[in-house]
Write a protein that binds this ligand. Structure first.
Ligand code: G
Ligand code: G
Ligand code: MN
Ligand code: NA
Length: 253
């Protein structure tokens, strides 16, 4: 309850910031973009993990306002980087609760327009749960966003109620293999098979597959040999503050 109260003031008190984790093309060894991840610096508790406060914000609806702030920040950052000669695509997590809002499509397109960001510079990460409450509504909204040029990634793929029906109907371009399958990729045969299956599914449906939570050179080698072309994880970089992200980009080759 206290956490909920603190959360309701976190925006006003400017306790949120975004960190950015680079996404790498394993074939070209180039940075293709960054995932924006929300951080809450609580004055007493310190850094509160999003896994802890996002569900609270989803339950009381404040995720709508927080999510809009995240989008604004990500757009401001995308603009700053583009002006510095770094035209990176930024991936923003979109909660199922946000996608259910009637205004969400206008809000997103309006925000891009206001910041003068080409739609191709934005990717939205949605989870499979987003498709469950009202499939046709989610399909319609994502179609509109996608037609405008925004790309869509299915986040945490394989952990939810993955259904091939969703994938057929959804205008998605990327599947993100959840980090729980990557952690023991090379030691747990089941995880290897699940990752392989997602990579093959991506190939057959013409979706690019990104592995998250890549922490070792061995995982990177296996994934790239197996045909997973994109990756993200501590092996390349932790999520970084903008200035550190720029330093990382300059040193990456
Ligand atoms: O950054 P970290 O790995 O701790 O994030 C944990 C979880 O919080 C992930 O599932 C991530 O998708 C989610 N998350 C991080 N930032 C945001 C955000 O801005 N919006 C939403 N909806 N979820 C986020
Ligand atoms: O949105 P999503 O659920 O994919 O959130 C990604 C989360 O994974 C973020 O909280 C981020 O901090 C975390 N993360 C990113 N790279 C790694 C990694 O290599 N290992 C682990 N354990 N977590 C990671
Ligand atoms: Mn994500
Ligand atoms: Na997520």
């Amino acid at each position: 309850k206290q956490l909920e109260k603190d959360l309701s003031q976190a925006l006003t008190l400017q306790q949120f910031h975004l960190v950015y984790q680079p996404q790498i093309n394993l074939e070209t060894k180039r940075i293709i973009g960054a995932e924006a991840l929300l951080r809450w610096e609580h004055p007493v508790r310190g850094l509160v993990p999003p896994d802890y406060f996002i569900p609270v914000a989803e339950n009381n609806g404040s995720i709508v306002e927080i999510g809009q702030w995240v989008l604004e920040q990500a757009c401001l950052q995308a603009k700053l980087w583009a002006d510095k000669g770094l035209p990176l695509r930024i991936a923003v997590n979109l909660s199922a609760v946000q996608l259910r809002q009637d205004r969400i499509v206008d809000d997103i397109l309006g925000t891009l327009k206001r910041h003068n960001i080409p739609a191709g510079r934005l990717e939205l990460e949605v989870t499979e749960t987003s498709f469950m409450t009202n499939l046709s509504d989610a399909v319609a909204k994502l179609h509109t966003l996608n037609r405008a040029g925004i790309s869509i990634a299915v986040d945490d793929f394989g952990t939810g109620y993955s259904s091939l029906t969703y994938l057929k109907k959804m205008p998605v371009q990327h599947l993100k293999i959840d980090k729980q399958f990557i952690r023991d990729l090379l030691v747990n045969e089941e995880d290897t098979q699940i990752a392989n299956t997602i990579i093959d599914l991506g190939k057959s449906l013409n979706l690019s597959v990104i592995a998250e939570g890549v922490e070792t050179a061995e995982q990177e080698y296996y994934l790239s040999q197996r045909g997973c072309t994109l990756a993200q994880g501590y092996f390349f970089s932790r999520p970084l503050r903008p200035a550190d992200f720029e330093t990382f980009v300059q040193g990456f080759h």
